[in-house]
Structure formats: C-alpha cells, structure tokens
Design a protein around this ligand. Structure first.
Ligand code: NAD
Length: 560
C-alpha cells in the first residue's frame, strides 16, 4: 500500500548492484527518502515544498530493480522520476542520466506544469531531490555559514567576533541563521513573529536563547558582542515593528538582513499591527486585505533596513523578495541594498568555489571522521574550511548516511576527491564515498532572480551554461548527471544541472574524479570569465583554463 513504506539505504561493504556506480545511485536514492532525511517520504517528497526523488512508487521500485540488475556498461535514463530506458554505453560512462521537470520555455508556467504533473507526465525534482544527492539541513546551514563568512571577510577582517547581526525569520531555511552567525563568531538578534518557530530552533540547538522582550534581547546581544562572545538570541515580535523602532532609537547593528518569507505576501509574511492569531484569521477570511497589509508592512520593514544602512550597517537581501514587494508597495529605492549572491557569493563562484558534499556508503561514522580529517589535512591554510568542518563535526546532527558539505574552489575539489579515493583504496574508509554537489554552483545554474541576478554582461537568463556543464560532466565520466528546470525559485525561472562521482579506490575512479572535479568547477570559471568578472579572468589565467577566444572580445561587458 502506498504511504506505508519506510525506505532506508543499505549500509556496509557488500553491494547488490553490479557496479559501485549503480550501487551508489541506488543507496543515494534510498537515502533521499529515508524518514530521517526526507520531509514527506510517504509522498516521495524530499524537500523544498514538492521536490521528489521519483515520480511514484512504481517508478521508484522499477529504478531500484534496474539499478540492481543493469550491467557494468549500461546507462539508465530517468525522465522526470520515471525510468524510461537502459542503453548500452561503456564502463566510463555515467550509470544514470536524469532529466527532471524540463518543459519547452513557452509552456513553462507553474499552471501548465501542474497540468502535466496531474497527467502523470512529469515530476518536480527541485535540485538535489530528483538528482539523489540531498543530505538534509546541513546543506542550508553550510550555505548560510559561507555567506556570513564572506560578509565577515569583506567587512570585518574575517570574523564576526565582536559584531552583532540583526535578522528576522526562523523558519525552515532562516532557522539556520543563528547557528551560522555564531559559527562565524558573531552575536545574532533574530526577530520571529511565531513563538513556536523560535522554540523549535532552540530545541534543535540552532538558537541559544529566547529573550523576554526587545530590550532584553538587545541587551544580551550587545553584551555578547562587547565581550567577543558568540551568542544567538530570538525576540518574538514582528520585524516591521522592531526594525523601525531600532532605527528611530539610533541603535545600529553591524549587519542587517532578513529571511522572513517575504516572497509570499499571503502565506509567508505576517503583517504588523496585529497578533499572529489575528493575522491567521485575516488570511483565512479576507485574503486580499491580508496581502495589502503584508505589502504595506514589508514597505515599512524594507524602509527601516534602508535607514539602518544609511546609519552605517552592512545591509543585504537574503533572496526572499522583500525588496521587490517593497518596491511594488511604493518604496522607490527598495533595491538600495544588494542581494546576497551579487554581494557575497559571486566572487566565490567567479573563482570556481562552490558546494562540495559527500556521503559515506558504508554508513559508518568512523568513515566520515576519516574523510573530515583528510579534508582538514589537505587544506591546512584555509581558515574558513578548517573552522567550518570542526564546527559541523561538533554541531551538525547527522541525517541518513554519514555526510558532510563544505565549499571548495577550482583546483581544490579534485584534491579532496583523490584523498578520499586513497582512503578507500587503503581500506581506511571501508566502502566507496559519493561526491556531489547542490545545483547552486558556479557553472551549473541559470536563475536570473537568484544565482545569476545582475550578471555583469547581462547574461542572467542564458541557460546554455548549465547544459554545457551537464554535458561536460557526462563526457568527463561522472557517475550520474542531471538537468533540471525550476529548482530553488520555481517553474519557468531556472535551469540547472547536478553531478555525482564515486570514489571507489580504483585507478578508474581516480581518473573520473580528477576529470569531473576539475572540469565541473572549471566550467564555472569559464562562465564567469566570459561574463567579464576579473577574479574569474585571473583564475582562468593563473590555472591555465583554456578559452579559445580571448575573454574581452565579445559581449556588452567588453564594449564599454
Ligand atoms: P519559512 O516560511 O519556513 O519561514 C519564514 C519565517 O518568517 C516564519 O517562521 C515566519 O513566522 C516568519 N515571519 C513571517 N513574517 C514575519 C514578520 N513580519 N516578522 C517576523 N517574522 C516573520 O521560510 P524559509 O524556508 O525559512 O525561507 C525564508 C525566506 O528566505 C524565503 O523567502 C526563502 O525563499 C528565502 N531564502 C532564500 C535563499 C536563497 O536565495 N538561496 C536561501 C534561504 C532562504
């Protein structure tokens, strides 16, 4: 019966598939649906609202059966969560090729996509749900940690110690903020309108304390900053009340951002001037009045952020759409502070830095510890990485197969891959290690409202890059490769690609790792060099990434 199944990846050194490539895909598909990992495993939903691992349970069973029985030179084709064919390729080819949720652009609307879904013709794969490399909330925490680390690097000499950050929203993703801030040494004042959300973050160890009032919270956080103590404190209140209040008092945080669900004026953002219960009631009874009041509140909220920026705070938007809502509600200079990708992530992308995650197929935490040690040993001078891995070891609660994520750049990822391969070859790590990444990476995504917002040459919506990235990874011998549409920001708004490669401890896997983990971030360097980013041009030049046309000869960035 559907809905009554519990899926969990097998552990250990014995495989049921003919190759470790197929076995890895099998275990990672199952791991995505582990109740410890997935949000709604009964519906095959892994994360991100409706991001699924397979189209339905029949498809899931057929994928599992195929992965177990296919030969060492076979490649399984998956069309939006449904296994549609097994083709003879060769031993270095990917064992699985996945295309999820792709629709011809003119028809790529959420409404039409839903119709196609209802007909059973497609599936929404989000990013790592349908490409079988989701590892739980650690990914969100690390991305937030990396953002605040870059804030620290750009403005505060590399640490948030002695600084305090004001933010709002302690929901699914925003709840990672307090721990990411304290992980960077800072103090965090987090405004959350829903006491239950604040309580939950506290219980899960993401938030240190809940204050009784704004004054109480402010005092605790300012004292912590004064003493260079890392501390996170929540205040249960509405951000559209608190931020103008602080601006009026002349209280200026070092950093201000926001992760309320501002992208959704009806179901996300809570208007000020009413209690949470009143807001819930208004949403139910008078939705259009609710939206109007939410937008007006967002205008107040955004205006206060602009005021705090003028007063000296570092202010950035955290991809939640607050600026757009405020602009629509009449705040002419709503876009006066930058988005986080433009300000903090793009410089990392431009040198090929991005997410690098791995999972130990043995299921043995000792294997994860050995890989953590290997990464720490391989990059002794990378302070951020050293801090993050030690922090994650201590603070992150594992979900599913033992896994880790960090950010590594071009020229670094294949070093980590080789180190893992060596550990497997020597038997220090007892079974192969799966290495993959989110689709949010330097060369693998076109998403004009997020990752590729405001590209220097205007190439925000050019989607050739993720397609080239996927083809390159296929040609380089990845274990599985995927091309998706709509992840992160919704149908019609993004095209992106995923890749996974397995460290098996063999000469063959060593070669695959070297090629994939060099070329994948290399495509990000090329993408950003082509768009005219100096860091990417320097990186490409320094490491000898070959570009047939001298960057600088094409496109508007070069015609100024
Ligand atoms: P969520 O809906 O789970 O949480 C939002 C939280 O904000 C809730 O806890 C809610 O009670 C609180 N809230 C709403 N209105 C408020 C107000 N006026 N004052 C104080 N608190 C208020 O959402 P989430 O998953 O945490 O994501 C938050 C937002 O951040 C989303 O818009 C998301 O798209 C965005 N985001 C973007 C990126 C990115 O661009 N990469 C990353 C993380 C989050």
């Amino acid at each position: 019966m559907e809905g009554a199944r519990v899926v969990r990846a097998p552990r250990g050194t014995q495989r049921s598939a003919q190759t470790w490539g197929a076995e890895a895909a099998l275990r990672m598909l199952q791991n995505n649906l582990d109740p410890e990992v997935a949000e709604r495993p009964d519906d095959l939903v892994v994360y991100g609202g409706s991001g699924k691992a397979a189209r339905d349970w029949r498809c899931f069973d057929a994928i599992v059966e195929t992965l177990r029985t296919m030969g060492p030179e076979d490649t399984l084709l998956v069309q939006s969560g449904k296994p549609v064919g097994v083709m003879r390729t060769h031993d270095l080819a990917p064992r699985v090729l996945i295309a999820n949720a792709n629709v011809v652009p003119k028809w790529a609307t959420p409404e039409y996509f839903r119709e196609l879904e209802d007909l059973g013709l497609t599936m929404y794969g989000q990013m790592t749900a349908g490409s079988w490399i989701y590892i739980g909330t650690q990914g969100i925490l690390q991305g937030t940690y990396a953002t605040f680390a870059e804030v620290a690097a750009q403005h505060f000499g590399g640490t948030l110690a002695g600084r305090w950050v004001l933010t709002a929203g302690l929901g699914g993703m925003g709840g990672a903020q307090p721990l990411a801030i304290t992980g960077n040494g800072g103090a965090a004042l987090c405004i959350e309108v829903d006491p239950w959300r604040a309580q939950r973050r506290h219980e899960h160890g993401y938030l240190d304390e809940i204050a009784d009032s704004l004054d109480d919270g402010l005092a605790r956080v300012q004292a912590a900053a004064r003493d260079n103590r890392a501390l996170s404190v929540a205040v249960v209140a509405n951000a559209a009340d608190v931020l103008p209040e602080l601006a009026a008092r002349g209280v200026v945080p070092d950093v201000v951002t926001d992760q309320t669900s501002a992208h959704d004026a009806l179901n996300g953002y809570v208007p000020h001037g009413m209690s949470l219960d009143e807001a819930v009631e208004l949403r139910r009874t008078k939705p259009s009045e609710y939206v109007e009041r939410a937008q007006q509140s967002m205008a107040v909220h955004c205006t206060a952020m602009l005021d705090l920026q003028r007063a000296g705070a570092v202010v950035f938007d955290y991809g939640n759409g607050l600026r757009g809502q405020a602009r629509d509600a009449g705040v002419a200079d709503a876009f006066g502070y930058p988005g986080f990708v433009v300000a903090y992530i793009r410089p990392l992308f431009a040198r090929g830095a991005g997410p690098f995650r791995w999972a130990c197929l043995s299921g043995d935490p000792a294997d994860l510890a050995a890989t953590d040690d290997a990464v720490l040993a391989a990059f002794p001078d990378d302070d951020l990485l050293q801090r993050w891995v030690r922090f994650a070891r201590e603070k992150v609660k594992g979900q599913g197969l033992p896994s880790r994520i960090c950010w590594l750049g071009y020229g670094e990822r294949h070093v980590a891959g080789a180190a893992f391969d060596d550990l497997v070859a020597r038997g220090v790590v007892t079974a192969p290690v799966v290495i993959g990444r989110d689709h949010l990476d330097a060369g693998s995504v076109a998403s004009p409202e997020r990752e590729t917002e405001g590209m220097r040459d205007g190439s925000d919506a050019i989607a050739d890059w993720p397609l080239l990235n996927a083809m390159l990874n296929t040609a380089s011998g990845a274990s599985w490769v995927s091309i998706h549409h709509g992840g992160g920001v919704g149908i019609g708004k993004s095209i992106h690609a995923g890749v996974v490669v397995v460290a098996e401890g063999t000469a063959e896997s060593r070669r695959r790792l070297e090629l994939v983990l060099t070329n994948d971030p290399g495509s990000g360097v090329i993408r950003h060099a082509d768009a005219g980013y100096d860091i990417a041009l320097e990186t490409a030049h320094n490491v000898g990434v070959r570009m047939p046309l001298e960057p600088g000869t094409h496109g508007p960035a070069w015609q100024q």
